[in-house]
Design a protein around this ligand. Sequence first.
Ligand code: ADP
Ligand code: MG
Length: 724
Amino acid sequence: MLAMATRPGQIAPQTGAATPLLGREAATALRLSPRTRSALERLGIVSIRDLVRHFPYRYDDLRDPSRIGDILAARTDHATKTPSGEYNVLGTVLQCKHVRLRGRIRAKTSATIDDGTGSLHAVWYGRPYLASQMNEGNRVFVRGRIEYTLTGATINVSKHRVLKADEEYAGELVPVYPQTAGLSGYELRRLISSALRLCASDPAAKAELDPLPAAINKRERFGDAWRAIRSIHNPSNIEEANEARRRLVYEEFFLLAIASARRRAERALEAAPDFSRAAGRAQADAFRSELGRALPFTLTRAQERVIDEVTADLLKSTPMNRLLQGDVGSGKTAVAVAAILLAARAGYQSAFMAPTEVLAAQQFNKIGAMLSHAGHAGALLIGALKKRTRDDIIDQLRTGELPFVVGTHALITDDVAFAKLGLVVIDEQHRFGVLQRAALRAKASGHAPHTLVMTATPIPRTLAQTVYADLDVSIIDELPPGRRPVKTYVRSDDAKDKVFDFVRTEVEKGHQAFVVCPAIDESERALHSAVKQANELRASAFAGIQVQLLHGRMSVAQKDEVMKLFADGFIKILISTSVIEVGVDIPNASVMLVLDAQAFGLAQLHQLRGRVGRGAQQSYCILITPNAEEAERLQILARTNDGFAIAEEDLQIRGSGDLVGTRQHGGHELRLAHLIRDYPVFVVAKKAADAVVHADPRLARPEHRRLAAFLAAQDREAALRVSS
Ligand code: ADP
Ligand code: MG
């Protein structure tokens, strides 16, 4: 199963001894505690290789302290506003006080620091150990945010260092890494330094760190990889860091492009299921009229075009691998129905996989109804079935009696087998891992099934060309007729009562509403707050209205019951955690109210907004956030309904591929590269990668040996990460 995704077998076998150091588990090599080990794992770090390739995303510049006099002088310009950014200050402690507090923050240290040009007040919270370190007369370096007070300025210290008696302050660039709870930045820096020290004395490891063929290094004037890695962790100046970054970003893009070029090359060799029974003029006409009977509406032009693209793929001799993008509500399901129908006509079964049970059930109702009009009856396969029912379905899939099945992850359990699986459809594909998708595809025997993956999270062009380069892309860029764009407003917490009144009015008009509270992790505590929130609203703002809470900890039966009551209009207001994020269709709902909207990404909010505006009435999306800075970020949703623009903005803000599904897609993640800002580097790296795969698809030539070994090691370790 693991091999499906990565196919290490395709890589030419290594010759020569591989150095074990990079592949060694960091926990063993550095003798880490289980706690540290699991913190590292949360960061995706298992091996020494992972550790030295865990790159900083910025540096704290601890060089060039500001003069306190200048900081104080700036006060008049800024009035009482806090300037953004942190300041460095170097001075002598004139006065120092340590206070023990009760409550959560147990200690406060305050000191007056003077540098000869002026003095300011420095404060630390929760650092009881400072009492023994910080004394009057010490020379200290401090860094932190400045806040102006009526009498001067206070620096909220985030970093400090007490200097030795006659130490000359040099300052440095301190790398800041992606972090996780349970491992401080300091600890992480120390671990990375230790791993670097191990590599420094291991020439084979240093060489193995470089995946790039020598010819590319020469052409791009790259120094060796080891130097770049050492520099990015420990640059002596920004230029050196940038130089190192340029090389490492190139590497990331290059590896990504190699992976997708090879996936494409492999697929070209795979046999598709034989759909020839459904080919030909007469067949095409029959298919069209059957599809017309199945669909309760006339297709939009965009749907027509995409169905043509998909059916053309299905009749080819290599398997389809197509990504269908279309904004929420654009009607992707109809395309899936068309594909399933064609597969059935060709004598093949289809499997449609959705990420949640609620969604699978709803999709089954829709798809099942449409296909039954065309004379095909399928089944729903989810975890929560009676054993008898489940056994029956499994039997009928095995014998080929069932032409299609809709389900959740339940579809990929071992005992599910198909007589003739020809088509796999994956809905909301970003919710699945690459291995899950591969597992479903692996259920086809004798050929690679046609695959259609669908997403409502629009994938910007840059991302489509980088991370998803091995997929063909279809886009539905038109909504079915008669939809009114949802009106979107961003409001502060103060406006809550007014907003609740508004929701009430909408319900009194006969509409329904969603209220979303972000209990994204569905932890006990988050859930508790959602329950409390629901009870409060029920008792006050929404008194007398049928309000119901839906959350991820409810059983499937409970969730289905609630969704059904909401869909049937018995429940008027559904208060929910993020369970409803995808897919659910309630045409009568006219309000999507999101509390603490800042907790969601822009694309996610756009998804939530897509839950309303599906009927003829005017619909509203109201985003409530306590935070003015966040409100600004959310305004883009008020400005546009264009999912691509929103996704592009999201990408602009977040940048890294990991956040947008790189890892789920192919296992080769982008840690450093920013998809938009570094796009020009991608273009160059892709060209080089395509040339390599074109000339040497198996990477068997001597000049590609290091690259092959690098990929094999990466794949091996990725598989370890998944199974650990
Ligand atoms: P999504 O792309 O979000 O999966 P769906 O396929 O669920 O969208 O379609 C959203 C809604 O629009 C459904 O209620 C569906 O019946 C309806 N719909 C889809 N295509 C059309 C069309 N061409 N004309 C009218 N309604 C349509
Ligand atoms: Mg859908």
